[in-house]
Design a protein around this ligand. Structure first.
Ligand code: F6R
Length: 613
């Protein structure tokens, strides 16, 4: 997690660094810091516990002039959040200054070796160890800064995105990456370095996505790119195609709210260029090469974490219904550590908004090592998972900045629906008629979401009634069980109310004991084949005096009579209703969290992209 930013050019670095840190703050927000090289080639480092605004206050009377610098916003892994553990870190003799996103796994060994050579550490971080390792090699080996960095990195096990400066070679920044994201933006005699495109997009659209174990040595007028083993490379310059609006709130109070309201258009972006103009065909270009394998495979394994895992569960229902291929959905973290059985003809689908989640990335590597074909469903273009997978599809939902995932979920489910329909059609499991009907239903989803969003004030009123509850239960069956899990996760993470998602029929096997007159129970109870059963589940809750908030199909009269509140959503094909039912749950959580005074876009203890295992 952690966000990193660097600048070298002819402008003042400080405003660029601070603005960049604010845009990257969603990645970590327990402390931050900047290092700036001034005109006299002296590096000033300022660090502060808390949010970037604290750093701004702290630096308000400091000298922050200089045209080369780096900044970091932290999500603590090694050592508590405080000024000392905040980045940038400097080596003991002050030769090297660096910022780091990732984890040095063999830090303890490296630390012991350095301690034996009389190095003393001020912080509890793995980063300070790396700074000193580079310095040790630099002094002992009498090598250049670049070479010291390269040699040090060959001794490091773990993940890193680094920006490094050396006091003896002040007019350059050295950047390197392994398993943590890093982008270099190219301007006019200036370069921007960042964890993602959000701080770069306002300056340039030309970027280089660094590959693992690559290093770039950047001067204002010179750029060299190589592997850490010193093989010279020519960098691939790519276009971002991202407007500044995509990374701003555009009048919304929070990014999360903006992203919830963006869903009609983000789903259209997910469709773009992938559905024939006459709605007769779905075309996911990223799957074409692997389609023969997809048709033949006997098993699909979906790996993901958090909200993406919930999308994966919806994917299981979709793929099994439309393709009749057995699907298993695994938490990437569990999959990775339990020596899973993986066959060479298995297809593994990794789902990730950020494309950087460490658990998912490691699970992909394991599946590839065992010979499976791995496909990715990622939102962030050029991300590590997108690069690591054999093939895949981007969700194209646009940058998701609110820590709680919303539009990424609906985009992932959209892709999984398209994928299922495409494979099902190729395998002749679904008829031409059913295929076309599904496409028509799918393209009507954005307008149906717009209708639900018009009910925002009503969701707000219900939120006001239950904002002080201590617990919530979310129930759903079939396609709506993952939606219940997602509703509960959204509430937990942003409002800090304990919530559980459960398959509705399982309630009577335990959770029913929790129900009393204080327990709000959100039930997804739209009309489908288990409607009668879910009505019985609602009766069971009411019989125990629980409060029922039911998500129902427009015009439903039966549930209106029993539930305390009904929230109507438009009628849709059962397999697609999860795309609609999740919207009221997102808004309910959002309003409850706002009313409880929580930090919506940066909930406590969380970070947007979880790059540690
Ligand atoms: C929940 C949330 C997390 C992520 C999870 C996976 O709102 O954002 O649960 O879904 O950390 O992240 P990605 O999808 O980036 O792999």
């Amino acid at each position: 997690m952690c966000g990193i930013i660097g600048y070298i050019g002819n402008k003042q670095a400080y405003p660029i660094l601070i603005d960049g840190l604010k845009r990257l703050e969603y990645r970590g927000y327990d402390s931050s810091g900047v290092a700036i090289l001034n005109e006299n080639k002296k590096t000033s480092i300022y660090k502060s516990k808390g949010k970037v605004s604290e750093l701004e206050k702290y630096t308000s009377d400091k000298d922050v002039c200089g045209k080369i610098g780096m900044g970091h916003t932290r999500w603590a892994t090694h050592g508590e959040p405080n000024d000392i553990n905040a980045h940038p870190h400097q080596s003991a003799n002050g030769y090297f200054t660096l910022i780091h996103n990732g984890i040095i796994e063999n830090y303890s060994n490296l630390k012991k070796r350095l301690e034996n050579r009389d190095y003393v550490f001020k912080s509890e971080t793995d980063t300070e160890i790396l700074a000193n390792l580079i310095e040790y090699i630099y002094i002992k080996g009498k090598v250049s800064a670049e070479m010291a960095v390269r040699l040090a990195l060959t001794k490091v096990v773990g993940a890193y995105a680094l920006v490094i400066s050396c006091k003896n070679e002040p007019e350059q920044l050295i950047v390197a990456k392994n398993s943590s994201p890093l982008i270099i933006g190219i301007g006019q005699e200036e370069y921007f370095i960042a964890s993602d495109a959000s701080p770069i997009v306002q300056y340039t659209q030309s970027v280089i996505y660094l590959n693992d174990k690559d290093i770039a040595i950047i001067k204002r007028d010179e750029f060299s790119y190589k592997t850490i083993k010193n093989d010279i490379l020519s960098p691939k310059i790519e276009k971002l195609n991202l407007g500044i609006g995509a990374v701003e709130k555009q009048g919304y109070d929070h990014f999360m709210l903006k992203e919830i309201f963006e869903q009609p258009s983000s789903i259209l972006d997910t469709f773009r260029g992938r559905i024939a103009a006459d709605f007769s065909k779905i075309y996911l270009g990223g799957l074409l090469d692997v389609m023969p394998k997809l048709i033949k495979t006997k098993r699909i394994i979906i790996i993901a974490c958090g909200t993406s895992w919930h999308a994966g569960l919806v994917g299981e229902y979709l793929l099994e219904e439309f393709t009749r291929i057995p699907v298993e959905v695994e938490y990437a973290s569990e999959f990775r550590y339990r020596n899973p059985i993986i066959y060479k003809d298995d297809i593994v689908i990794a789902i990730s908004q950020s494309g950087e989640t460490a658990d998912t990335l490691s699970a992909i590597k394991l599946a590839k090592d065992k010979g499976a074909t791995v496909l990715g469903i990622c939102n962030v273009v050029g991300s590590s998972i997108a690069r690591e997978t054999d093939a895949g599809v981007y969700t194209h939902a646009g940058p998701e900045i609110g820590v709680a995932s919303t539009k990424a979920f609906t985009a992932q489910v959209t892709i999984l629906t398209m994928m299922s329909a495409m494979i099902g059609k190729e395998k002749n499991i679904i008829t031409e008629d059913k295929y076309k009907k599904l496409i028509l239903e799918l393209i009507s989803i954005p307008d149906k979401i717009k209708k639900i969003l018009l009910l925002n004030e009503r969701f707000k009123k219900i939120a006001a009634m239950y904002k002080d509850a201590n617990n919530f239960l979310y129930l759903g069956r079939g396609y709506f069980f993952p939606v219940a899990l997602e509703g509960a996760l959204k509430l937990k993470e942003i409002s800090y109310i304990h919530a559980e998602g459960y398959p509705a029929a399982e309630m009577k096997h335990g959770p029913i004991a929790l129900i009393d007159k204080k327990m709000p129970v959100v039930v997804i109870a739209t009309k489908d084949k288990s409607y009668e059963k879910i009505v019985s589940n609602i009766q069971e809750v009411k019989a125990r005096k629980g409060i029922v908030i039911a998500i129902v199909t427009e015009g439903d009269k039966t549930i209106k009579e029993i539930a305390d509140h009904v929230l109507e959503i438009p009628k849709a094909e059962a397999s697609l209703v999860s795309l609609l039912a999740v919207i009221p749950l997102q808004l309910l959580s959002y309003h409850i969290a706002v009313m409880r005074g929580c930090n919506i876009d940066q909930p406590r203890n969380l970070a947007k992209s979880v790059t540690v295992e």
